[in-house]
Ligand binder design. Structure first.
Ligand code: SF4
Length: 95
């Protein structure tokens, strides 16, 4: 795997090619507000990025990021957040 030559210089990355970064836009995107508190945030001179994902906003677009370390997936008893897509699926499954 080639190493990044843009914002995460020196980090092995599957998007790096001999012609440069092949990710949409040519480099990783900075973290979004919902990422605050996640252990996957890396602070670089170029900004704050996610070590797992090149575009954090995409991870939150349809709900919770599945790699977030600051949000528990289970035992969210107090949480009133319901993913409408999942709720709809549960209803139609009928199992
Ligand atoms: S793992 Fe998810 S929540 Fe954590 S920094 Fe990356 S995109 Fe943000």
């Amino acid at each position: 795997m080639l190493e990044c030559e843009t914002v995460k210089k020196g980090t092995p990355c599957p998007f790096m090619t001999p012609k440069g970064c092949s990710f949409n836009g040519g480099s990783c995107r900075v973290i979004v507000e919902q990422c605050e508190g996640c252990a996957n945030i890396i602070e670089l001179p170029t900004g704050r990025y996610c070590r797992k994902c090149p575009d954090p906003s995409a991870k939150w677009r349809f709900g919770r990021c599945n790699m977030a370390t600051h949000i528990k997936n289970n035992n969210n008893k107090g949480s009133r957040h319901i993913n409408p897509l999942k709720a709809a699926k549960r209803k139609t499954k009928g199992r």
